[in-house]
Design a protein around this ligand. Structure first.
Ligand code: GLC
Length: 746
């Protein structure tokens, strides 16, 4: 009898508490009260369940550990989040399972919506080449709208890792090598993804990743160790993450790499001291895929029990796919190795986001199939994709002004392994591409020119094998045409995660194909489609017209045709330095002068130079041409000496001196000439993208303020030091048109 009463009492308690939990959540109480009231209802096991994230096995984006019991664990409240579940229908089904748990806490659904959901946008590195922050924000906004309509609450983006090494395949996901540009793009992407704010049904939680310094992997080899000074970390790699915090990023993701000997996942300095301490971050941190468990092969934890202890102690709130938390945290608390307060802090951070997303009010508010069908793949979304795609294309060369091509051309030969490719336009990390029609270059040109042009085609060769038997047909095809357009580059899976390459030349025999076509003497333009800077020195030296078109997504072919035939005048500028050789890497624009600088390209003796190659890259950061030309004149400074927080207004006249309307990205660089810590020869501190009609001029202003002059001194204090500063303005980091100096006196 006693046992029955006890059982009845327990059932009554748990039953009442789950109803209480639900009803009290409806009451008009503050967010923190709601979080704390729910937390108070939770058992330790339920709390740990919130910290556990599983992937759907069908769409895994990492190495999976088979686990057929996931659905039961979801019903038992042991899974706080799922990733790689797509669609209103599937997310609804799994959310229904989560609501069978005692406290009915809904799950978060996360997905790598890196450059579009249904409509695929250009890869992030390509969009960075547009230097158009509004277009970049719009791209993220549309990706969020589509993802949110498909049941997704959370995107694992933006990736804000600074990338200075093109051997690292993940440069395609970021914004390139520069901290200033990368920070502005991080802000634009967070704002795009989160829109009007969490709770809006078109907003998804952003996730700044990978925290931190993942892009500095030794030798450009993915997942490799990172070792750098605090100054380099704080000056170059952390600011885009801080920009993401300031932009309100709902979540962070830590990185696979160790930093100075400590894996990021177990790195209290990064996650507790900097992110949650100094930056007062109140979102939550999800580990990268299995990275908690990977502290074992790192040699930092002896087993998952220890890995879980180190990770939760260091501030990793949610465990993606390692099962270290779900299998060990309860025991760690009972063994008094981990205070329950740490678990509570992590659970609060996650519950807070679930409340903010409105999931307790309506767990299915993102699971509406009608809305999904209405929102995805709209004409408006495709139009925005075509616009930002054209803006992302970089004109590297256009001698003799072969471009833009005339639409009255009689015959065009489209040649190369990427000329008709659709699948390679999607790039890496694309989501619903298989349901989307990706426009190839061939289709784009065909659509542009209609049937009055004779469009010839030959593949010529494969992307990465050594067979040249297709060259003869390609040459014969070229000889029949008025102009030859050659499409070369990487396959969609040759850049991206786990895609490091020691040799970043054009793969296979593609450059040999270009040579063969060049030797026909026909007018030729080469388009390079890739996820990273590639090396193609012969082509760069010989071919008169070259466009770098990256991987442009759904509207690739239309955007390339718009540029080729002059409906869009290319305005892109490189967000990363293009080396002449892998031997130069790392090579970037904001280098130090050294004590023995190279005064000019002649090596000479005892200079910081190579015997066998110039120091200069093939193409510099910020470089990109236009079909028109621009002049920079009438430099004016409001003052040449400042002190304290005084500012200088710098103005100049930018003119379109050519015959095509077009946009120029005027860039402002600064150099602190003498300081207590050596400073880079130049650092980007401002830019303006200005559209001008032929003959039109505009006075452009930059404001120089004290913050721009600051750096970390020998005591790692962020400060500006009196002295002489040079500023430079131009259309590329190696193409300065105007420069002058000013003094900071105190
Ligand atoms: C991957 C990536 C990370 C991604 C996550 C989920 O390994 O490193 O960027 O968000 O796993 O797919």
């Amino acid at each position: 009898m006693m046992k029955k009463n006890l059982l009845a009492a327990c059932l009554l308690f748990f039953g009442a508490s789950s109803m209480f939990a639900q009803t009290s959540l409806k009451a008009n109480v503050s967010l923190e009260q709601k979080v704390n009231r729910l937390l108070a209802q939770m058992t330790l096991e339920e709390k740990v369940g919130q910290l556990n994230q599983y992937t759907s096995d069908r769409l895994a984006t990492g190495p999976i550990a088979p686990n057929s019991n996931k659905l039961n664990e979801i019903k038992q409240g042991k899974v706080g989040s799922m990733l790689n579940v797509r669609g209103a229908k599937d997310t609804r089904m799994l959310q229904e399972a989560a609501l069978q748990s005692r406290l009915k806490i809904p799950m978060l659904f996360g997905l790598d919506v890196i450059h579009g959901y249904r409509v695929t946008f250009p890869i992030p590195l390509a969009e960075a080449a547009s230097w158009d922050l509004d277009a970049i924000e719009l791209s993220a906004r549309i990706a969020a709208k589509e993802a949110a309509a498909a049941g997704i609450h959370w995107t694992f983006a933006p990736m804000v890792d600074i990338g200075r090494d093109p051997r690292w395949g993940r440069v395609m996901e970021g914004a390139g090598e520069d901290t200033y540009l990368g920070s502005l793009i991080a802000k634009a992407r967070v704002h795009g993804f989160q829109g009007k704010g969490l709770g809006d049904t078109s907003a998804v939680m952003a996730c700044a990743k990978h925290f931190a310094a993942y892009g500095a992997a030794l030798a450009g080899r993915d997942y490799n160790s990172v070792d750098m000074s605090d100054r380099m970390l704080w000056e170059v790699y952390l600011p885009p993450f801080k920009a993401a915090v300031d932009a309100g990023a709902a979540t962070f993701m830590n990185s696979f790499n160790e930093l100075n000997g400590i894996p990021a996942t177990g790195n209290s300095f990064l996650q507790r001291h900097i992110l949650k301490g100094k930056w007062k971050y109140n979102g939550f941190v999800v580990s990268d895929w299995n990275s908690i468990g990977e502290m074992i092969p790192h040699g930092f934890a002896k087993d998952n029990y220890e890995a879980a202890q180190y990770a939760i102690t260091a501030g990793s709130d949610m465990d993606m796919e390692s099962r270290s938390y779900i299998n060990n945290l309860v025991k760690l608390v009972k063994d008094k190795k981990v205070p329950e307060s740490l678990i509570d802090d992590a659970v609060r951070r996650i519950l807070r986001k679930k409340f903010e997303m409105g999931l307790f009010d309506d767990p299915f508010r993102f699971c509406n199939e009608e809305r999904e069908n209405a929102v995805l793949n709209s004409v408006e979304h495709h139009k925005a994709a075509r616009d930002v795609s054209a803006k992302s294309i970089v004109l590297l060369k256009n001698e003799n002004n072969l471009l833009p091509l005339s639409k009255q051309v009689k015959s065009v030969a489209l040649i190369g392994p990427l000329a008709k490719s659709e699948v390679d336009m999607k790039g890496f990390w694309s989501v619903e591409w298989q349901h989307d029609h990706l426009v190839s270059l061939y289709e784009g040109v065909q659509s542009k020119l209609g049937d009055q042009v004779q469009l010839l085609y030959a593949k010529g060769c494969e992307i990465k094998d050594s067979v040249q038997t297709g060259f003869a047909e390609a040459v014969a095809t070229a000889q029949k045409a008025d102009v030859v357009i050659v499409a070369v580059g990487e396959a969609f899976n040759m850049s991206g995660e786990a895609k490091s390459r020691a040799n970043i030349g054009l793969p296979g025999v593609q450059e040999e194909l270009i040579k063969a076509l060049y030797n026909t003497g026909k007018p030729i333009v080469v388009l390079v489609m890739a996820g990273r800077p590639l090396i193609f020195n012969w082509t760069a030296d010989h071919v008169p017209s070259i466009l770098y078109t990256w991987w442009l997504g759904s509207e690739a072919g239309h955007a390339m045709a718009d540029v080729l035939f002059g409906d869009y005048n290319p305005s892109g500028k490189l967000p990363m330095t293009f080396p002449r050789s892998e031997g130069q890497i790392p090579v970037f624009y904001n280098y130090k002068n050294t004590g023995r600088p190279l005064v000019n390209e002649r090596a000479g003796n005892y200079r910081s130079a190579y015997l066998d190659m110039p120091n200069s890259p093939r193409y510099a950061f910020g470089y990109g041409l236009s079909y028109t030309t621009f002049s920079y004149n009438d430099l004016k400074l409001s003052k040449s000496t400042i002190k304290g927080n005084e500012i200088i207004d710098v103005s100049f006249t930018l003119s379109n001196t050519g015959k095509y309307a077009g946009a120029e990205v005027a860039q402002l660089y600064l150099h602190d000439q003498v300081a207590s810590v050596t400073r880079p020869v130049k650092e980007l501190k401002g830019f303006e993208k200005v559209f001008l009609q032929p003959g039109e001029s505009k006075v452009v202003h930059f404001t120089i303020d004290r913050e721009m002059l600051c750096f970390y001194n020998q005591q790692m204090k962020w400060t500006a030091e009196p002295g002489s500063f040079k500023f430079m303005i131009g259309g590329a980091s190696d193409n300065i048109k105007l420069e002058s100096k000013f003094e900071l006196t105190q």
